[in-house]
Design a protein around this ligand. Structure first.
Ligand code: HEM
Length: 415
C-alpha cells in the first residue's frame, strides 16, 4: 500500500480531532475492595454530592464525555472523580497522567470488565472478547482472533478484498458525481465497512442495501450450528483447537463474530465520516492532503474519558479542539496506546486488537476519496458552517448526516 505513508500524518490528526470511542469502560475490583477493607478514605477521589437512588445519574446528561470535564472542574480533582450511577461507583479518569496510572501501572487490576446485564444477554453470557471478564476465555478468544483474523498476515491476504470494496465505494460516488447528485457519506460509509468486515469474517457479503440489523439476523442464522466450519469454511478458524485445547462453543463463535461487527464496523466508518467532515470543514487541510495524496500515489467501574483527554489543554496547549493535523508532525505522539494523551484505541491489555485492520481500511479508503474527488457541501454551504454535533452511542457518530457534492478529478483505480 504505497499510499499509506503520507496519510499517517492525517490519520493521527483525525483521531485527535474527531475521535470516536470516547469512554473506555473497565472494572476495578481488587483495588477498591482493598481500599475499603483498610478504611483508607483519605485516598478516595473527590465526588460531587449524590442523590438517593439516582446517585449522580441526573448530572451526567446526554453527552457524558462533555459533562465529565465540567463536573470534574466543579467538584472533582483534575485527574480522578468518583461518581455513582445509581448505586454503582464509577471512577472517571480525566487526564493522560491518570489514564497511564490506571491503564498501564495498574493494567492487571483494570483489565476486567463490568458485569452488565444487557451486554450479558446480547453477547451470550459475555462469551465474546470485548465484554468478557478478564480471564482464560478472554485470553484465548482474543488470541484466536488476533492470530486468525486480525494478524498482519491476514490483513495482507485481505488486500484484494479491501481494494475491491474501496473500488465499489468510489464507483458509487463516481456515479452520483456524474449526475451531480448529492452523496450521503453517513449512509455510504457504514455499508462499506460492513461489507469489508462481512467478507473478512464470514468470507462473503450480503449484497443489496441490507440494513445492519437484517444482516446480523442472517448472521445469527448462519452461525447457529456448532459445525459452522462445514457450511462456511472461512469460519473454521473459530473452531480450530488451540494447542492447549481451547475451542469456542456455538455461543462463543456467535459472540466473537458479533464482536468483529460491533468493534469493527461503526468505529471504522465513524472515523472515516469524521475525517471527511473535518476535511470539508477545513479546506486548507483538505487541499494539502489532496496535493500530498495525488502527488504520492502511489469492581468499581472505570470510565476513561478518551475524548476529554485528547482535548486536555495541559497536554495539547491552546486550542486543543481545533483540527490541526500538523501538530502531530512535531509532537510525534503514538496513538496506539503508548502515549496516554491520545488513546483512540485504548491502551494496555484490553486495547483494540483491530488497530492494524482498521487503519488498513481507513487509510486507503480516505486516500482514494480525497484523491479521486473534489468535495463541496450542498447548497453552497461553507465548510466553516458545517454542523459538527455528535450523538452518543458506542461510537460518537455525527448527529446530522454528512451530505456532500463530489466532483470527479481522477479516473484512476484504487491503490
Ligand atoms: C478503526 C477504528 C477502531 C477504533 C477507533 C477502535 C477502538 C477501540 C477501543 C477504544 C477499544 C477499547 C480499548 C480499551 O478498553 O482499552 C477497542 C476494543 C476492541 N476492538 Fe477496536 N477499534 C477500531 C477498529 C476495530 C476493528 C476493525 C476490530 C475488529 C475487526 C476491532 C475489534 C475490537 C475488539 C474485539 C475489542 C475488545 C478488546 C478486548 O477487550 O480485549 N476494533 N477498540
Amino acid at each position: 500500500m504505497a499510499i499509506v505513508v503520507p496519510l499517517l500524518v492525517l490519520a493521527a490528526g483525525v483521531f485527535a480531532a474527531a475521535v470516536l470511542v470516547l469512554l473506555i469502560i473497565r472494572n476495578i475490583i481488587s483495588s477498591s475492595n482493598k481500599r475499603s477493607q483498610h478504611g483508607n478514605k483519605a485516598r478516595r477521589p473527590p465526588s460531587p454530592p449524590k442523590l438517593p437512588i439516582l446517585g449522580n445519574l441526573h448530572q451526567v446528561g446526554k453527552y457524558p464525555h462533555r459533562t465529565f470535564p465540567a463536573l470534574a472542574k466543579l467538584y472533582g480533582g483534575p485527574d480522578l472523580m468518583l461518581l455513582h450511577f445509581g448505586s454503582r461507583p464509577v471512577l472517571v479518569v480525566s487526564t493522560s497522567k491518570a489514564a497511564r496510572e490506571v491503564m498501564k501501572t495498574n493494567d492487571l487490576i483494570s483489565a476486567d470488565r463490568p458485569d452488565l446485564k444487557t451486554a450479558k444477554k446480547l453477547l451470550y453470557d459475555n462469551k465474546d472478547i470485548a465484554n468478557a471478564r478478564y480471564g482464560e476465555h478472554w485470553r484465548q478468544a482474543r488470541r484466536l482472533c488476533v492470530l486468525h483474523l486480525l494478524s498482519n498476515k491476514k490483513i495482507q491476504s485481505c488486500h484484494a478484498l479491501r481494494e475491491e470494496e474501496i473500488g465499489l465505494l468510489v464507483n458509487r460516488i463516481r456515479a452520483s458525481a456524474q449526475t451531480g447528485q448529492e452523496v450521503n457519506l453517513s449512509a455510504l460509509l457504514p455499508c462499506f465497512t460492513n461489507d469489508v468486515i462481512c467478507r473478512m469474517a464470514l468470507g462473503r457479503k450480503y449484497d443489496g442495501n441490507t440494513v445492519f440489523r437484517d444482516l446480523l439476523a442472517e448472521l445469527m442464522e448462519l452461525v447457529v450450528t456448532l459445525s459452522v466450519g462445514e457450511f462456511i469454511p472461512q469460519l473454521s478458524w473459530l473452531q480450530r483447537d488451540s494447542p492447549d485445547d481451547f475451542h469456542l462453543d456455538g455461543d462463543g463463535i456467535k459472540a466473537v463474530i458479533l464482536d468483529m461487527f460491533i468493534g469493527g464496523t461503526d468505529t471504522t466508518s465513524t472515523l472515516l465520516e469524521w475525517a471527511m467532515s473535518e476535511l470539508m470543514k477545513h479546506p486548507r487541510v483538505m487541499k494539502k492532503l489532496q496535493e500530498e495524496v495525488r502527488r504520492e500515489v502511489g469492581g468499581t467501574m472505570i470510565l476513561t474519558n478518551a475524548w476529554g483527554i485528547g482535548r486536555d489543554p495541559a497536554d495539547w496547549g491552546v486550542s486543543p479542539d481545533e483540527f490541526q493535523p500538523e501538530r502531530f508532525l512535531q509532537a510525534k505522539v503514538d496513538f496506539k496506546g503508548q502515549d496516554f494523551q491520545l488513546i483512540p484505541f485504548g491502551a494496555g491489555r484490553r486495547c483494540c486488537p483491530g488497530i492494524s485492520f482498521g487503519l488498513a481500511v481507513v487509510e486507503v479508503a480516505l486516500a482514494n476519496l480525497v484523491r479521486d474527488f473534489d468535495w463541496k457541501l450542498p447548497g453552497g454551504m461553507r465548510g466553516e458552517d458545517l454542523d459538527m454535533s455528535e450523538c452518543v452511542g458506542l461510537t460518537a457518530r455525527r448527529d446530522l448526516p454528512l451530505l456532500t457534492i463530489p466532483t470527479i478529478v481522477s479516473a484512476r483505480r484504487p491503490t
